[in-house]
Design a protein around this ligand. Structure first.
Ligand code: DQA
Length: 144
């Protein structure tokens, strides 16, 4: 009942970084919130952050090797650039849920394309930190 929750570049600065866009919760706040909800849902989360694209690819492979139920991932700006993350999503059988705090479609044109979104089982945007909880609930309910 393990769920990987992966976070990409600049999300280590959450809470300080453009709070008018991303909110005031830190990544640790979100991890705490997710841990509480996971316990209620009978799931276990492994939450991580890296600023490096290849590390996200490695962790997606690891999620499958560890038999995780799902990967919840906020790839940050790699969403809009990374064919490697799209390919990793296609390469693993583990379902991938894409989460964004903001709604990229309401922002600059260069954020409108999501490569990973082309293969993700579900995309959750514009719900702030709560989006991660919504993703976890989709796993628990069997929707994903
Ligand atoms: C983000 C949206 C991306 O466009 C941006 O590069 C981020 C955060 C979000 O959570 O809203 O780093 O993924």
């Amino acid at each position: 009942n393990l769920v990987y929750v992966l976070n990409g570049p600049n999300l280590n600065l959450l809470g300080l970084r453009e709070p008018e866009i991303y909110g005031s919760d830190t990544l640790d706040d979100i991890a705490g919130m997710l841990d509480d909800r996971a316990r209620e849902l009978g799931l276990e989360i492994d939450m991580r952050q890296t600023n490096h694209e290849g590390v996200l690819v490695d962790w997606m492979h690891e999620a499958q090797a560890e038999g995780a139920r799902a990967v919840i991932i906020n790839p940050g700006a790699y969403t809009h650039t990374s064919i490697a993350l799209l390919d990793a999503t296609k390469a693993i059988r583990t379902p991938v849920i894409e989460v964004h705090l903001s709604d990229p479609l309401q922002r600059e044109q260069f954020r409108h394309i999501s490569y990973i979104g082309m293969a993700a089982a579900k995309s959750i945007t514009g719900q702030g930190a709560k989006g991660y909880v919504v993703a976890l609930e989709a796993v628990a309910s069997g929707e994903i």
